[in-house]
Design a protein around this ligand. Structure first.
Ligand code: 3PG
Length: 342
């Protein structure tokens, strides 16, 4: 019966890979739409604390309706669950608002270049704060992944500097954009690691885990958004945006909020199946699709270096995934805890 069992295992492994592939493709596609509407909204209405809050509110509402109408099964949670979720929600709130503030200050590609460093943060946090290390080839594969992603966006960045009156060279704005993206990297790495731990062995699915995370983050973020920006700024900004863009501005806000929830929900469905490091690498590769699609949509001139960068990043990810598919025993010494048991 040994070979049959072996082929069953291989089949279920292959089915799992296809499922994760579908999740990744959906996650990236939804994120592309989110990024386009998010930037359109922020250009016309530069209030990232409110737009971040609206994204969470919209997702929370969508999930409450899904539970009430039984489109999705209501999760069974207890006080312990919400207590453990609290630090994860704090990290999600910080990562979300910091990324949105960054995108409101600088070109989308600038934020994405900095955010492509997320896997490096993931291994650093694992190594120095959790004492977990990875095999050398895993560290090495991060170089082409992060470097390639940066190259893919680098000329779009120059283009944006020219197109938007060199606002990137305006030091304080650049600093805020840079710091926002860096804070977001760090916060999301903690969020991912602790989300993975929170989901492990629990009956709450990735989809519902993210729904609860949204709701708790909304509660945390709302008072801060009121203090940092507040209704007076929002009302004035809203009027200006409507008068400049017209009523379709409301649809842009709705689209960025709905797509924010959907892409995150699908990303959590994949986090349920993969490690936090693989998640961060998937998130970095996602940025290539954002960069490529924004080049197509906004007709940005492309240089061969961008295509080369994207190819290098894809190759790096391929090498990383090859390493992960090595037999378990070979990796056992290094990263069993990290990759296979979390
Ligand atoms: C956010 O608003 O949370 C960010 O735009 C998301 O960053 P991500 O690309 O890492 O999901």
């Amino acid at each position: 019966s040994q070979p049959i069992e072996g082929s069953e295992v291989a089949k279920s492994e292959a089915a799992k890979k296809v499922k994760i592939g579908i999740y990744f493709a959906t996650w990236w596609a939804l994120n592309v739409v989110f990024n386009i509407y998010n930037k359109k909204v922020l250009n016309a209405f530069p209030y990232p604390w409110l737009t971040s809050t609206l994204s969470l509110a919209c997702g929370s509402l969508m999930m409450l309706i899904s539970w009430a109408t039984r489109i999705a099964e209501t999760p069974k949670t207890d006080l312990e669950f919400w207590k453990t979720l609290f630090p994860v929600a704090v990290a999600h709130t910080i990562g979300h608002v910091a990324a949105t503030v960054s995108m409101s200050k600088v070109a989308v590609s600038f934020t994405h270049i900095i955010k492509s460093g997320e896997p490096a943060f993931s291994v650093l946090v694992s190594r120095f704060l959790l004492g977990e290390s990875f095999p050398v080839p895993v560290y090495l594969s991060l170089i082409p992944i992060i470097g390639g992603c940066a190259l893919a966006a680098v000329t779009e960045l120059n283009f944006n500097m020219i197109a938007h009156g060199f606002d990137l060279v305006e030091k304080s704005v650049t600093r805020e954009g840079f710091m926002g993206a860096m804070i977001s990297n760090l916060a999301f790495v903690f969020r991912n690691i602790f989300s993975k731990r929170g989901m492990k062995g629990k009956s709450v699915s990735g989809m519902n885990y993210y729904a609860c995370l949204s709701m708790l983050s909304l509660i945390i973020l709302t008072p801060f958004a009121l203090v940092v920006e507040g209704p007076q700024m929002w009302a004035a900004g809203w009027q200006t945006a409507i008068s400049q863009i017209g009523p379709q501005f409301i649809w842009w806000v709705a689209a960025q909020s709905v797509f924010y929830h959907l892409y995150n929900q699908v990303s959590y469905m994949s986090l349920d199946e993969i490690s936090p490091l693989t998640f961060s690498i998937g998130n970095t590769m996602k940025r290539i699709s954002v960069i490529v699609s924004s080049i197509i949509i906004f007709h940005t001139p492309v240089q061969p270096i961008n295509a080369l960068g994207a190819a290098i990043a894809v190759l790096g990810t391929f090498l990383y995934s090859q390493y992960l598919s090595q037999p378990l025993v070979a990796l056992d010494h290094y990263c069993t805890r990290v990759e296979y048991q979390m």
